[in-house]
Design a protein. Structure first.
Ligand SMILES: Nc1ncnc2c1ncn2[C@@H]1O[C@H](COP(=O)(O)OP(=O)(O)O)[C@@H](O)[C@H]1O
Ligand SMILES: [Mg+2]
Lengths: 256, 326
């Protein structure tokens, strides 16, 4: 099943090449735009240009794997009625989606590598603040990814209730992208907005790991971040369990 | 192997609305309940092949979806090999294989090989078993010819052969087939039937098949369960079904060139003159025999040719469906 997710991503060579080009292009754009934004300013909200550029690149790459263009395979499978065959597998529908998400992420690794290489070549990559910071980053990024994968599945299950999923998916994408700090680092958000953003799980997916990377969050706070992430992961898993339980009891299968 | 008791499935559909803002008003439209499956009950023994027949919309697919555990019934009970399908979905999965003619269980964009290997991993099939089963399946289904072709590029016949291999790879005890031969050419149909018959013979696989193809039924099914508007209207063997719905047989006679056709006839047989000049003598096999009818007809006039028409399931089903329409 993992292989299925990655093979799906890797099977289309043209697609893969295209996504690498697009990641490279986005990297170049981010580096250029953020440098332009900073031109002439030493620091904005206590953040210097090098950190802001590096943040933008890594955040984009993290987001690229945490919120893929397809939340999960569930909506397509429901629409085609092929979800019927997923229901008669020895692994549940949620399990299959999670494994495919792992696979899709594995399949996205080449793109991430290209992005990092391009950013490095343009001098837009800051090294992590310390080895501890790197470890903390990797750990929190992995947990953040897990939370995102769970929420993606929960939201994609809207497909069991409505045929037209564009609205809910669009709202989810917009809120998640903004609140995660993937578009604009949360450092630059107005202070009145911060409590709201901190109350959402999205910052834990991108902003929290990058805080550690750039040493903006002292490594001593790692345990507090991890605890919050674990709590959110449990909550997200509970949401998925509830939603899937409801969905799979009422499921009707399209087509004879 | 399969026990079904008083199985019911109701769907709630909004009443159709028309006129202004129909789409929005539809949301509050009064809901009407449609009973797709109504008090269905039967039991299937290990190793049986059962034809589950009925007109379009009779509730065949809905029943199969409940037996496979895909859909939860409104009421009633089902056990398959001791498990309640929808309550034990994961465990039940090892016991059953399913083929839907209308949709594939293979992954559309990937080669058949990747789909089969994924199924192998999902069901934890050992590498040696996998290889030997693929070899076995290939003998009848010839799947090795297109192992590296993506599913979307396969012909329907090839896809169905791949689907059947995928459904049987974990060697389930029960195989459900919902209109597996629809749209296939004769060669592919025959390969499918041969494969199903062989799995049943060699591994005592229990098979339940819905189809509109009479050859599928005649070649595979010893037993028929017939449903009409969600209710079982017949459950028994094929020959008694024919006897019940087609109680007569007929001898068709081509008279000789100089024969006086007016005299051709036999005791206990109805005489029908066909448009092509032949004469049908219809008789009830309980009252007389084909031999007696032929002997009497031959004694009344010169006969060029004759043959006996056996009842065809096609006619039986046509009769039953016609009855259902009324
Ligand atoms: N998801 C559904 N929602 C509402 N009605 C349905 C649904 N699925 C099937 N039905 C209705 O149930 C009846 C039986 O359908 P089905 O089991 O597909 O018949 P068959 O397979 O015998 O052609 C039909 O009247 C059909 O319209
Ligand atoms: Mg059907």
């Amino acid at each position: 099943m993992i292989r299925l997710g990655s093979t799906n991503a890797l099977f289309f060579r043209a697609n893969l090449a295209l996504s690498m080009v697009s990641v490279a292009l986005q990297t170049v754009l981010l580096v250029t735009v953020w440098r332009a934004v900073y031109s002439g300013h030493g620091q904005v909200a206590g953040i210097n240009e090098a950190d802001a550029v590096s943040y933008a690149v890594i955040a984009m790459l993290l987001w690229h794997i945490a919120l893929p263009w397809q939340l999960s395979s569930i909506p397509d499978r429901v629409r085609e009625g092929t979800v019927a065959t997923d229901l008669i597998r020895p692994i549940g529908v949620v399990g299959q989606s999670l494994l495919q998400a792992v696979g899709a992420t594995v399949g996205a690794i080449p793109g991430v590598m290209v992005g990092l290489a391009v950013a490095f070549a343009f001098g837009g990559l800051e090294p992590p603040a310390s080895t501890g910071a790197l470890g903390g980053f990797l750990l929190t990024a992995a947990l953040g990814w897990s939370i995102a994968a769970m929420l993606n599945i929960a939201v994609s299950m809207v497909a069991f209730w409505t045929t037209d999923t564009r609205g809910p998916f669009y709202i989810y994408r917009a809120v998640a992208s903004f609140a995660s700090g993937a578009l604009i680092p949360l450092w630059f958000m107005p202070t009145w907005l911060r409590p709201l953003l901190d109350a959402l799980p999205f910052g834990l997916q991108v902003f929290a790991p990058l805080q550690l990377w750039h040493g903006q969050e002292p490594i001593g706070r790692l345990w507090a971040v991890l605890a919050t992430q674990l709590a959110w992961l449990a909550a997200a898993a509970a949401i998925v369990a509830l939603v899937s339980w409801r969905a799979l009891r009422k499921v009707v299968i399209n087509g004879g | 192997m399969i026990e079904v008791v008083e199985l019911v499935k109701e769907f709630r559909k909004p009443q159709p609305t028309t006129g202004r803002l129909a789409g929005v008003r539809q949301l509050w439209a009064p809901r009407r309940t449609v009973r797709a499956v109504d008090q269905v009950g039967f039991a299937v023994e290990r190793g049986e092949i059962v034809g589950y027949l009925g007109a379009n919309g009779a509730g065949k697919s809905t029943t199969i979806k409940m037996l496979t555990g895909i859909v939860v019934p409104t009421s009633g009970t089902v056990t398959v090999n001791g498990l309640v399908p929808w309550a034990n979905r994961k465990k039940h999965a090892y016991n059953i294989g399913v083929v839907f003619g209308q949709k594939t269980q293979l992954w559309f964009d990937l080669p058949l090989r990747v789909s089969l290997e994924t199924i192998r991993d999902l069901y934890r099939i050992g590498a040696a078993d996998y290889v030997s089963r693929i070899d076995e399946f290939d003998e009848v289904l010839q799947i090795k010819d297109f192992m590296d072709t993506p599913i979307r590029s396969l012909s329907l016949g090839q896809r169905m052969r791949g689907d059947l291999a995928g459904a049987m790879l974990h060697r389930p005890q029960v195989l459900y087939l919902d209109e597996p031969t629809v749209g296939l050419d004769v060669v592919a149909k025959q390969a499918l039937r041969d494969f199903i018959a062989e799995q049943n013979r060699v591994h005592s696989t229990t098979v339940m098949i819905t189809t509109h193809d009479m050859d599928d039924i005649e070649q595979l099914c010893r037993r028929i369960v017939l449903i009409d508007r969600g209710r079982v209207v017949y459950d028994g063997d094929l020959s008694s079904l024919k006897r019940r719905y087609l109680p007569f047989r007929e001898v068709v006679i081509t008279p000789g060139a100089n024969a006086d056709t007016a005299y051709i006839g036999a005791k206990h047989a109805d005489r029908l003159e066909n448009a092509d000049g032949t004469i049908s003598l219809r008789f009830d096999p309980e009252r007389t025999s084909a031999a007696a009818v032929i002997a009497q007809a031959a004694s009344t006039a010169d006969i060029a040719d004759l043959h006996v028409n056996e009842p065809k399931l096609e006619d039986v089903v046509r009769l039953i469906y016609a009855e259902a329409e009324r």
